[in-house]
Design a protein around this ligand. Structure first.
Ligand SMILES: [Zn+2]
Length: 283
């Protein structure tokens, strides 16, 4: 049975997602910035074969209008670069891994408000494209970020409650100001992981399965990401993209992005709570 407060909150969350999620015109502007960065890369001999792609909340649908755009410069040759080589390149004067060098290129191609943040696991440059009014964080070869984005997208495809639940959770931590890594807090991606962990391991019965360690079902999909993915710089990036959820309580949670094939892995849920009830319970 739905609680009244849960139903009311569910409607409020749905309205918030509709109101605050990035608009199509903003997505177009962010893609224009990508095009500009790719033109920049094509003109610089040191950046040969490199391309830039968007990852993070702009892709997984959890971004708001004022979220930064996460960009990653990569090339096929960089895929298996070791941490030692990476550190060497970060200190080389004309390497794209050197954030000071990258910052100079961004300045010379018209970007502004540029800050090189070098003391991080994956150094970044932050910048603003004034033409489109887009603020970006750009890194080099953080391919794990791209894989992590794919994982979150896969969880959202499983069940329609996942996106509004995560969106509301992220809005809450941003409103409370407890998401800024520079101030010693964990970042919004970590809160997203906490939210997913809550849905799979704390809710009883669970809302979603753990796609990195499926239990109780057998994957028969030959092209499943779990079977085809190879490690990136030693990290296991496998997750199942073969799962289709059947919910015994309701068909209202089926995401149309989730396709049921003959070889889909069917996972059964009997959790019928709405996103409002799930948010109330995580707190
Ligand atoms: Zn699978």
């Amino acid at each position: 049975m739905l609680s009244t407060s849960g139903s009311t909150l569910e409607r409020e969350i749905t309205n918030l997602v509709d109101t605050l999620a990035i608009k199509p015109e903003t997505s177009i502007k962010r893609n224009r910035v990508i095009e500009k960065i790719n033109v920049m890369l094509s003109k610089i001999p040191e950046f040969k074969n490199m391309t830039v792609s968007i990852f993070g909340s702009t892709i997984n649908g959890l971004a708001t209008e004022n979220s930064d755009t996460d960009l990653c410069i990569s090339s096929p040759e960089m895929k298996d670069i070791s941490d030692y080589k990476r550190t060497c390149l970060e200190n080389a004067s004309n390497s794209i891994f050197n954030m000071d060098f990258l910052a100079k290129q961004l300045i010379s191609h018209g970007m502004s408000n540029i800050t090189a943040i070098k003391k991080a696991r994956f150094p970044i440059c932050t910048f603003r494209d004034q033409q489109y009014g887009v603020d970006c964080d750009i890194n080099v070869n953080n391919c794990l970020g791209i894989e992590n984005t794919g994982l979150v997208v896969e969880y959202m495809k499983l069940d329609l409650r996942v996106k509004p639940f995560l969106f509301a959770l992220r809005l809450f931590v941003k409103a409370k100001g407890v998401h800024d890594c520079k101030k010693g807090f964990i970042g919004t991606y970590a809160y997203t992981m906490i939210g997913l962990h809550y849905l799979m391991f704390v809710q009883d019965p669970p809302v979603i399965p753990c796609l990195q360690k499926l239990s109780g079902v057998i994957c028969k999909y030959p092209n499943c990401h779990f079977k085809t993915a190879t490690p990136i710089t030693g990290y296991d990036i496998r997750y199942h993209d073969c799962v289709y959820i059947e919910n015994a309580k309701s068909n209202n949670f089926i995401n149309r992005s989730s396709v049921r094939r003959d070889d889909s892995t069917i996972w059964r849920s009997s959790n019928g709570k709405n996103s409002g009830e799930l948010i109330i319970e995580i707190f």
